[in-house]
Unconditional design. Structure first.
Length: 133
């Protein structure tokens, strides 16, 4: 009899096989603002770089409940740093060495009890099944 985790692992394996190598190099992702505040600035730059790079929202903002698609980066790298600055810049948060080739969405959350910005990604959905095989 197959267990639920075995079925989930098989599903993850099939998804990985179906996605092929082309998507493994894609750094395109969707940023989702699942907070109650407006994000006024987003920066994205290669991990290890000393320069932050340009602000990515331009003249716009990312409102509560909104999302924005970021295209593939042209550097050929997968690892990036992401800095998100809400209108209340004291809540800014940086994520370092994020592997954009392994995710398609990056969702912002805010813990109002701790007053802390945090994120979730689709990156970890198959990670727990990857080791030990």
């Amino acid at each position: 009899m197959q267990t639920t985790s075995t079925w989930a692992a098989m599903g993850c394996l099939l998804m990985a096989m179906a996605s092929g190598t082309a998507s493994a190099e894609s750094t395109a992702f969707r940023l989702v603002n699942n907070t109650q505040f407006v994000v006024s600035q987003v920066y994205l730059w290669p991990a290890g770089s000393s320069e932050r790079g340009p602000e990515r929202l331009g003249l716009g903002v990312l409102g509560s409940g909104d999302s924005m698609d970021f295209p593939d980066e042209e550097s050929g790298m997968c690892r990036y740093n992401v800095l998100v600055v809400p209108e209340d810049s004291s809540q800014r948060k940086q994520w370092s060495n994020l592997n954009l080739c392994q995710l398609s969405s990056f969702t912002l959350h805010f813990n109002y009890m701790q007053r802390a910005l945090w994120s979730s990604t689709d990156q970890n959905s198959c990670d727990r099944y990857a080791s030990g095989y």
